[in-house]
Design a protein around this ligand. Structure first.
Ligand SMILES: NC(=O)c1ccc[n+]([C@@H]2O[C@H](COP(=O)([O-])OP(=O)(O)OC[C@H]3O[C@@H](n4cnc5c(N)ncnc54)[C@H](OP(=O)(O)O)[C@@H]3O)[C@@H](O)[C@H]2O)c1
Length: 276
């Protein structure tokens, strides 16, 4: 009898933090795992440590998402797990060469585009798509804020991306219903990772951080990774999940018109528009 080929997992943002622990967990389950990040040193070291393959890409740049998708498509006929956990929170606004705030581009636009470009492979693998974001936690989503305009600060622009993930995730799940692909958008709660380091170094961050640390339960990324994977498997139909189980859909994610319009707008934002 021939041995079945290993299931393929891709973890974008799998070089550090929550993504790294999800990747580690998938490796221990026997998946063939590729991790993606911007930094070659960190990526190579993590890949060697957990037994994964590293691909370098800065997914805040849409051209690099396209290149990454091309690379993954040429390597794999089917993808069984796609985890997207790449994100940054900047202390002050930084824009990508595409003209988007970098947090919004990383935590939202890149996810939409990568799923779109890998759809055939994800369908072929009856894939589980897991977006690690802030399910249910971001405030109201106004279409006028998508994409966040040039006067929107970095923190707010990052939050728009998180809120958009909920609305997009529910729409993606609806569009993929019956195909064998499942979709989750997760809220990991407060986790001890490096994502808030830059903000924590600002005067306001230095003031507020000790307060947050006292008010919130801060978990370790390994525990969070295990819990989120387990919750996703126990609740395949609950799109939004958190550390204690499914998260009720916020009003923005139940608004079908908003879901459709956000989809169309995001598809437009992620399509190349040649100059001239
Ligand atoms: N930690 C928390 O308390 C918390 C709370 C709520 C939600 N979340 C969400 O959980 C997710 C994971 O966050 P985390 O805490 O694990 O963050 P983290 O420890 O800072 O890890 C972020 C990962 O993303 C990668 N990355 C960042 N920008 C990238 C880019 N442009 N292209 C490719 N890779 C990129 C990083 O690697 P490189 O730097 O090498 O690129 C790293 O592997 C995020 O969506 C975050 O918003 C976290």
């Amino acid at each position: 009898m021939s041995t079945p080929s290993p299931r393929v997992a891709v973890v974008v943002g799998g070089t550090r933090g929550i993504g790294r622990e999800i990747a580690r967990h998938l490796v221990t389950e026997g998946h063939r795992v590729t991790i993606v990040g911007r930094t070659a040193d960190t990526g190579t070291a993590t890949a060697a440590e957990i037994g994964a393959t590293f691909l370098r890409a800065d997914v805040s740049e849409l051209a690099q998402v396209r290149r990454l998708a091309g690379e993954l498509t040429s390597r794999h006929d089917a993808i069984h797990h796609l985890v997207q956990a790449a994100d940054v929170i900047k202390a002050t606004r930084v824009d990508t060469t595409d003209g988007f705030e970098v947090g919004f581009a990383t935590n939202y636009l890149s996810r939409f585009l990568l799923v779109d470009l890998l759809l055939d492979r994800l369908r072929a693998g009856d894939a589980h798509i897991l977006h690690v974001a802030a399910a249910g936690a971001a405030g109201r989503l106004r279409l006028a804020d998508v994409p966040p305009g040039p006067r929107t600060g970095a923190f707010r622009a990052h939050g728009v991306g998180q809120g958009a993930n909920d609305v997009y995730g529910v729409e993606l799940a609806a569009r993929l219903a019956g195909t064998g692909v499942t979709v989750h958008v997760a809220n990991p709660g407060a986790v001890e990772t490096g994502i808030r380091d830059e903000v924590a170094r600002t005067p306001l961050g230095r003031l507020l951080n000790p307060l947050f640390a006292r008010l919130m339960t801060v978990r370790q990324p390994a525990e969070v990774a295990r819990t989120l994977l387990d919750t996703a498997r126990r609740h395949p139909d609950a799109v939004l999940i958190g550390m204690k189980g499914p998260v009720p859909l916020p009003r923005r994610a139940r608004d079908e018109a908003l879901r459709r319009t956000l989809w169309t707008r995001t598809a437009h934002l992620t399509t190349p528009h040649p100059q001239g």
